[in-house]
Write a protein that binds this ligand. Structure first.
Ligand SMILES: [Zn+2]
Length: 247
């Protein structure tokens, strides 16, 4: 009798305790694409692509600590090495894990614009995050190893980075996975307006209209914050949120 009570208690109590502690969860989405949910600080979603010989991480997560947790999750699904990590904008939720990924031999990749913004504003961005999350570490700047002037492709064209203009930040990119018909919406696309302190409100809707006009044919959008999985209608939803705000 005592034992069964203890069992019931542990079943009830343990999941609650886990739900409250920060963690990184990796979930298969489709084909080679996995969604990483990083519950540290302000929850963010990144993407992992398991290629033929190596793994590409899209979004470096918040910090070396979260990057290490993500690498441990990736280890559970594949023995392939993480060889490249894309910083999808210059903010700490997309570049904070750079130091860890670099330490395990991965190359950090971004556009030149993102790299320039990291150089110019990293310390200021860390201080900005610390205003909301005083426990966010004072991370030193770790710049990308490889930068591209324009759009770029990795994994033989299975991972396509696309820049269409300013939005949530001046530099945010989308990442398209053509085989899986998945678009990573980065901090640009999400179910709520989110933080607009660094946004270009005049260009944001134009950038999203450009994305629609590309007709990439994705059936799923992975949002960078809040719940990760959405259909293509997330673009119109976000356009409506922007329009309602400006009215
Ligand atoms: Zn973000």
């Amino acid at each position: 009798m005592k034992l069964s009570c203890a069992l019931i208690l542990s079943v009830v109590v343990v999941p609650l305790a886990l739900a409250e502690s920060p963690r990184v969860v990796l979930t298969p989405l489709r084909g080679n694409v996995y969604v990483a949910e990083d519950y540290f600080y302000s929850k963010e979603n990144s993407v992992v692509f398991v290629g033929e010989n190596s793994v590409t991480v899209v979004g470096a997560t918040w910090a070396p600590e979260t990057a290490k947790l993500l690498a441990a999750e990736i280890d559970k699904i594949t023995s392939k090495p993480i060889t490249e990590v894309i910083d999808t904008n210059y903010h700490p939720d997309r570049a904070g894990g750079n130091a860890y990924f670099k330490s395990i031999g991965a190359k950090i990749i971004s556009t030149k614009l993102t790299s320039d913004l990291l150089t110019a504003h990293w310390e200021e961005m860390v201080a900005y995050v610390q205003k909301g999350f005083p426990n966010y570490p004072a991370l030193p700047l770790v710049l990308p190893d490889t930068t591209f002037d324009e759009d770029f492709e990795l994994q033989g064209g299975s991972v396509k980075a696309i820049y269409l203009g300013p939005s949530h930040t001046p530099d945010g990119i989308f990442v398209f996975f053509p085989r899986e018909k998945v678009l990573y919406g980065n901090c640009i696309l999400k179910e709520q307006l989110g933080n607009l302190d660094f946004a270009n409100l005049a260009e944001y809707p134009k950038t999203l209209e450009k994305l629609k006009r590309l007709n990439l044919g994705f059936t799923t959008i992975v949002a960078g914050h809040w719940s990760p999985i959405h259909g293509p209608e997330l673009i119109d939803r976000y356009l409506q949120l922007l329009a309602a705000r400006q009215r």
